[in-house]
Design a protein around this ligand. Structure first.
Ligand code: DAH
Length: 362
């Protein structure tokens, strides 16, 4: 084969290679095979030196023209393939704008969390700060230091969840036996009230004390419309110089007005709590019957929302605060109870069940 024939073959092959490339990747392979350093065209150009002198100029010129054509063919094919590929990807990636959108359901705070925050805000507004206790505590903080002696009925196995023995003798049975025998301070309990936070706070902080302690508490109650084995309390404690029962009353009346509105009445009823003296329970007039008496309020026209009183001097004895210098009051309110009163919820269990149809109303 003469050199001229060889040139014709190389160009023809290159041309058909370009035309046959089915996509950009194949075309790229052709580019390397033809125009690359070791490509067929470069090899031809390198062989030019071997041509007889008199042919060189003419063949050189026609080779240049052919190469220009080849390059143009390559560019055109590259552009065409790129366009086709773009079209294809647009077609497969097309979004059907007529499909219905995906909706996101935004969660929200549970009624109890929200109401807890709302109550905390009321007290924050009058200078209280928030303290958090633990849900597991020792019987010392939950009972003893709250002036509740070991033989008090609320310390019995029937009313309190005992976790285990602090000294690790462990096993439910050991705990049961010891509790029945009204064992002392090593008992660990799921707190039955947030009142224990009072003791923790007074142990580490000197008066003036103005604190609020929200949190979960546990009791061995079977769930029914008015009882839950687990519920939320908010404890309040004030210890300062010259605090009187008048301060307690004024504070709690202000709180009730903020949460229930000015048209609900409140009343203080004498009661007993081991850690306050004197003690009282606070009732709010029933929102369903307006105080006339109905099924919700047991016909009395009132619903109990909290316990309170002046801190018993015996409690100060456990934490080393001098009752001759300081006085104070405490209160503990049940958030679920307040939710029921505020929103006329007929059954406390609804608050724990997580039924969205119920929860979405708030
Ligand atoms: N801890 C009491 C309970 O769970 C409520 C209570 C009553 C808290 C009187 C207090 C208080 O701080 O002074 O029933």
């Amino acid at each position: 084969m003469s050199q001229i024939e060889r040139i014709a073959v190389v160009f023809a092959a290159a041309r058909s290679g370009i035309a046959a490339a089915a996509n950009s990747a194949e075309l790229e392979q052709v580019r390397v095979a033809v125009f690359g350093k070791k490509g067929s065209l470069s090899t031809l150009l390198r062989q030019m030196g071997a041509l007889p002198k008199e042919q060189r100029a003419e063949i050189g010129r026609s080779m240049n023209t052919a190469r220009d054509e080849l390059e143009a063919a390559f560019e055109a094919r590259a552009a065409a393939l790129k366009h086709a590929e773009l079209e294809a990807s647009l077609a497969t990636g097309a979004v059907d704008v007529t499909l219905p959108g995906r909706s996101f359901t935004l969660g929200s705070q549970h009624l109890i969390s929200r109401l807890t925050a709302e109550i905390v805000e009321v007290f924050r507004g009058i200078g209280y700060s928030v303290v958090e206790g633990t849900e597991i505590d020792t019987a010392y903080y939950n009972f003893t230091a709250l002036n509740t002696p070991a033989d008090h009925p609320s310390r019995s196995l029937q009313d309190t969840f005992f976790v285990h023995d602090r000294f690790g003798e462990a096993g439910a049975n050991a705990a049961v036996e010891k509790t029945v025998a009204l064992k002392g301070e090593s008992d660990v309990v799921l707190r039955t009230q947030t009142s224990g936070v009072q003791v923790h706070v007074m142990e580490r902080q000197r008066p003036p004390i103005y604190i609020l302690a929200p949190g979960r508490v546990y009791r061995r109650d079977v769930a029914d419309p008015t009882h839950l084995p687990q519920f939320t309390q908010i404890e309040g404690l004030v210890v300062d110089k010259g605090i009187t029962f008048g301060d307690l009353k004024g504070t709690l009346e202000y709180f009730c007005e903020q949460v229930f509105g000015a048209d609900r009445k409140t009343r203080f009823r004498p009661h007993f709590f081991p850690f306050t003296e004197p003690s009282a329970e606070v009732d709010v007039s029933c929102g369903i019957c307006g105080g006339a008496g109905c099924r919700s309020c047991g016909g009395t026209g009132w619903l109990e929302i909290l316990g309170c009183g002046m801190v018993d001097p015996n409690v100060y004895g456990f934490v080393g605060i001098d009752p001759e210098v300081y006085s104070g009051f405490a209160f503990g309110l049940g958030v679920e109870r307040i939710a029921c009163l505020k929103y006329n919820v007929p059954d406390l269990r609804l608050l724990l069940e997580g039924d969205m149809r119920f929860l979405r109303q708030f």
